[in-house]
Design a protein around this ligand. Structure first.
Ligand code: UT7
Length: 315
């Protein structure tokens, strides 16, 4: 597998920490020191579909292929207006593609899970070109009167086109059932035969547990993918980590004794955009010509489930 194109699209509205402190008992100082986030983008006038379609079109343009050249579309998404059809089906119509489509929900690790599925399709010859779109709107999962969760998230979409190649050096996925650490239950429709009450509450998160799980699983995943690829941390040009909290990134950077330059971040601008965070960062770096042929990129993500995943891709 190799990545042949990237694209991203962000909502136009930017909300600063000071704007949040106008209606929440919080402050720019608390949010900045505890998370590194200064602002986040929030979908208001546009829709998640608009962002996903724009990001996908940009990735196709960057790859230099047409939507009709796609053999499969995988969309990583946690929440959108439609439970069915899948968001990927809606994106297909937006870019005029004709291939099969499916969504997956690997929470914040969804991009790595999608890369794994795409690489299996490419390896078995069932696809030549796969579009992976990560389109996320976590700002509609949280309770906007709960300061411990709503300040963390932002919306956004990013896409990559992957094709046949030898650039995926290793990949690892892990899942451990830990629902209580981070979950969201939706309200189901009334059914006259069902008496038990449904969960109907915004995102619940035990921040400290998630923090510890994130750091420990990311460190362990990184060690495993390095060993599988017969590389060490100093061979890696950039570590692209899920942008959940700057302190999580710093803990992992310090563990591997790496420099700040090797841990690029944009959490300060966008907050936690769930599975879209790594491909947004990747597209930003690609657009800024920061990535050079031959660079080893180590991607590592973690999220609800508890899911985690990491991989090494040569650019
Ligand atoms: O994609 C994966 C999803 N989630 C994550 O990766 C999140 C991982 N966890 C974290 O990033 C951190 O645990 C948080 C940023 C969520 C919280 O940081 P913390 O250092 O673990 O803070 P805490 O929850 O222990 O809260 C410390 C204090 C509490 O007050 P008291 O009890 O000490 O008086 C909180 O009520 O900070 C208070 N607090 C806030 N204060 C101002 C919590 N949220 C806020 C806030 N503004 N927004």
């Amino acid at each position: 597998m190799k990545i042949i194109g990237t694209g991203s699209a962000m909502p136009s509205m930017s909300v600063t920490n000071d704007m949040l402190s106008q209606f929440l008992d919080t402050s720019d100082d608390w949010i900045t020191t505890r998370t590194g986030i200064k602002q986040r983008r929030i979908i208001t006038n546009e829709t998640l579909k608009d962002l996903a379609v724009t990001a996908s079109q940009k990735a196709l343009d960057n790859a230099g292929i047409a939507a009709t050249d796609l053999d499969f579309i995988l969309c990583s998404n946690v929440i959108n207006n439609y439970v069915t059809p899948a968001l990927s089906c809606i994106i297909q119509g937006g870019i005029d593609a004709t291939c099969p489509c499916i969504d997956l929900n690997g929470a914040c690790s969804g991009f790595i899970y999608a890369l794994d599925i795409a690489s299996a399709y490419l390896e078995t010859g069932r696809a030549e070109n796969v579009l992976i779109v990560c389109a996320e709107q976590p700002t509609r999962l949280v309770n906007w009167s709960e300061r411990n969760t709503c300040v963390l998230f932002g919306d956004g979409a990013a896409a990559v086109v992957v094709s046949k190649g030898d650039n995926l050096k290793s990949l690892l996925l892990t899942t451990q059932c830990k629902v209580d650490a981070l979950y969201y239950q939706r309200k189901m429709e009334f059914n006259p035969y069902v008496r038990q009450s449904d969960g109907d509450m915004p995102l619940v998160m035990n921040g400290k547990d998630v923090f510890k799980l994130a750091v420990s699983s990311s460190i362990s995943d990184i060690k495993t993918v390095l060993a599988k690829a017969e590389l060490d941390e100093n061979d890696i040009s950039y570590f692209l980590l899920h942008q959940a909290n700057m302190r999580i990134l710093d803990s992992i950077k310090d563990y591997f004794k790496q420099t700040e330059e090797k841990f690029p971040h944009n959490i300060e601008k966008y907050g936690n955009t769930s599975s879209a965070s790594i491909p947004i960062l990747l597209d930003e770096m690609n657009g800024n010509n920061q990535l050079h042929k031959g660079d080893y990129l180590l991607l590592s993500a973690f999220g609800a489930g508890f899911t985690s995943g990491a991989c090494i891709i040569q650019w």
